[in-house]
Unconditional design. Structure first.
Length: 273
């Protein structure tokens, strides 16, 4: 699944093609993805100019004067900027036409979403999918003290806490595994049992790893590519994720794989305590 770095890489890639551009057409090749497409979406978008782009967790936000288009890439989606007359292929479900270019959403597994939040319904933060999300990890508000305070009565494991999204948002499976390794914390420890000092290491690791992943274009696993059709390279730097049975790059102990809440967790029993 595209995680925060992949969505941010997508946002950075599409912004120059979107901001200050007028939507001249909309092509929907099915009735919806994870949820039905909003009614009268074409009437809401065509003729309107994009004011800015944003991101909240794994949601890409395209802001207009009268509301916000919310895009989620689902499990396997990606967005590309293409010439207007580029033929559509099997899994190309949405084209937003911007003059001579299109913004094309491709989603083979159809777990993504294209939704609309009207400004009349309040700020975008009030949308039901966004209002309960945790703090953005790349902001000054996110640090070890915040993690420590928010987890004093959380009996779930620290890995599951990171994935839940209501304390910190956007730290998905890949980057949670890598951040826990970098900070030397076992993914199996209860969130409430981790000290302030260790949470400070974890917060710093999350910030560093997410920032590095964005610079390297994210991780290209399975279907993710950027808006130019290119792959990311951060997967070449993995220490534990998807390395079960291989030697730890630090201590040579074999990396282990366990299931936590139906998600795969990779870790080193010697380096992570």
């Amino acid at each position: 699944m595209p995680e925060l770095p992949e969505v941010e890489v997508t946002r950075l890639g599409v912004s120059p093609h979107l901001v200050d551009q007028k939507v001249t057409g909309l092509i929907l090749r099915r009735a919806g993805l994870r949820w039905p497409f909003p009614e009268e979406l074409e009437q809401k978008l065509v003729g309107q100019t994009v004011q800015s782009t944003g991101r909240r967790g794994k949601y890409l936000l395209v802001n207009f004067r009268h509301g916000t288009l919310i895009i989620h890439l689902g499990m396997s989606g990606h967005i590309r900027v293409l010439p207007k007359n580029t033929p559509a292929e099997l899994h190309d479900h949405v084209d937003i036409v911007l003059g001579r270019q299109i913004l094309r959403l491709t989603d083979p597994r159809r777990f993504g979403a294209v939704l609309w939040h009207d400004l009349q319904n309040g700020a975008i933060e009030q949308h039901p999918l966004l209002q309960k999300l945790g703090i953005e990890p790349l902001t000054a508000q996110f640090d070890g003290l915040m993690l420590y305070k928010q987890t004093r009565h959380r009996k779930i494991t620290v890995k599951q806490m990171l994935l839940a999204g209501n304390v910190v948002v956007g730290v998905g499976n890949i980057y949670a595994s890598e951040s826990l390794f970098a900070s030397g914390i076992s993914p199996l420890i209860a969130a409430q049992d981790i000290s302030l000092a260790r949470y400070r290491k974890l917060a710093a690791a999350i910030k560093k790893i997410l920032a590095e992943a964005i610079v390297q274009g994210g991780s290209s696993l399975k279907d993710f590519i950027n808006v130019n059709g290119q792959s990311g390279y951060f997967q070449q730097n993995y220490f534990v994720y998807d390395r079960a049975g291989l030697p730890c790059k630090k201590c040579k102990t074999l990396i282990r794989l366990v299931k936590q809440g139906q998600r795969s967790t990779f870790y080193c029993v010697k380096c992570q305590k």
